[in-house]
Design a binder for this molecule. Structure first.
Ligand SMILES: NC(=O)c1ccc[n+]([C@@H]2O[C@H](COP(=O)([O-])OP(=O)(O)OC[C@H]3O[C@@H](n4cnc5c(N)ncnc54)[C@H](OP(=O)(O)O)[C@@H]3O)[C@@H](O)[C@H]2O)c1
Length: 332
């Protein structure tokens, strides 16, 4: 299988490292034939780019220095013109427009490529449109890494839960906020816990996307529209982050035997769907109570099995690189 990669940052490199590590265990030969990253340039080799050289070039920020290297391209044209079976889209997430990934995915599908992405923007905002386009061109659109990184969530629901009706989805969908709230349990203030998360690289310098609930909201949109057939948009999701949670509120919850968690929820209510992201004070009986630190979890309520829970990492270089690998393997 020949792969083209658009974006080659943390996730792109995590995927290439796994490909190198597991190349003798994989059921088929998977080759990266083209890479382009805005920061590092790109390279094309129709016989497959040597992965060790590619990763070395990326670590010095100079992918363009490889054989077949290129400094700058018009990305949509590059996607259209370079032959490959799959386009892996791992550029940054934009929750306002979905760009540049939205255009990249359209170009790839139209030029006959399957698409694997971990980019939340285009799937949260345009899933129905992109799925229809994929169907029209008889191509496959995969996006496991958009929710809970490589922890099977989307693919689990599509495969093993295929014969079940999912009525409700409820989860801890953001590791940064869960880490902050867990640390607040030890007596830290919100700002101390945030600083600690930033020091460890769990929170960005501007933490707004995580702490105000935008990231969890994108994931609830994806889960709702993909698995509950929702067709909802950002304005349909009630969103509140964790910035209003104080040390006193956490202390009071502990005294009641409870914990504060940022919970994303979507449930089918007759012919409409109710979706929200908000802090909730939950008790020990709640399946999400013991999910602490950077861990994520989803509880699917189904008509056949009752509640099915998954717990696992929600981010990370290797973990999200694995989402790309598992999606690619599912294509063959
Ligand atoms: N990291 C995780 O744990 C994780 C988990 C789940 C999902 N994701 C999602 O996966 C995607 C990739 O994440 P990441 O952590 O790998 O991000 P990253 O490290 O910032 O890498 C993204 C790369 O894409 C490049 N880029 C931006 N616009 C481009 C364009 N038009 N054409 C080609 N390259 C372009 C960026 O260059 P510049 O820096 O110059 O813009 C950067 O090198 C994001 O959408 C993210 O939300 C990440």
């Amino acid at each position: 299988m020949k792969i083209m990669m658009i974006g080659f940052g943390t996730v792109g490199q995590g995927f290439a490292e796994l490909l190198l590590e597991k190349k003798n265990e994989l059921p088929e030969k998977i080759e990266i034939v083209a890479v382009y990253d805005k920061k590092m340039g790109g390279a094309v080799n129709h016989n497959g780019i040597d992965l060790k050289s590619l990763l070395e070039a990326a670590s010095s920020g100079q992918v363009y220095s490889l054989q077949g290297g290129i400094k700058e391209v018009d990305v949509p044209n590059f996607i259209k013109e370079v032959p490959s079976d799959v386009m892996v889209e791992v550029t940054y997430t934009n929750l306002e427009t979905g760009e540049p990934a939205y255009t990249h995915i359209i170009e790839a599908l139209k030029s006959g490529k399957n698409v694997v992405t971990t980019n939340k923007g285009p799937i949260a905002l345009f899933y129905n449109e992109l799925k229809s386009l994929a169907d029209k061109y008889n191509r496959i659109l995969k996006f496991e890494g958009t929710v809970l990184s490589g922890t099977p969530a989307i693919n689990l629901a599509f495969s093993s839960l295929k014969g079940s009706k999912i009525n409700k989805i409820r989860g801890i969908l953001n590791g940064t906020t869960n880490y902050i709230l867990t640390n607040m349990q030890t007596g830290m203030s919100y700002s101390e816990a945030l600083k600690e998360a930033q020091k460890l690289g769990y929170a960005e310098a501007d933490p707004t996307g995580d702490v105000e609930g935008w990231d969890a909201m994108a994931k609830i949109l994806i889960l709702t529209n993909v698995l509950l057939g929702g067709g909802i948009t950002k304005k349909d999701v009630f969103r509140e982050g964790i910035t209003g949670i104080t040390a006193d509120m956490v202390k009071e919850a502990i005294m009641e035997g409870k914990k504060w968690k940022l919970i994303g929820e979507a449930k089918v209510m007759g012919n409409r769907i109710e979706a929200s992201v908000k802090p909730q004070k939950i008790s020990k009986e709640d399946k999400l109570y013991s999910v602490d630190g950077v861990l994520n979890s989803i509880v699917f309520t189904t008509d056949t099995l009752g509640e099915v829970q998954i717990v696992g990492p929600g981010a990370g270089r290797r973990e999200t690189g694995y989402a790309v690998l598992s999606d690619i393997l599912s294509l063959s």
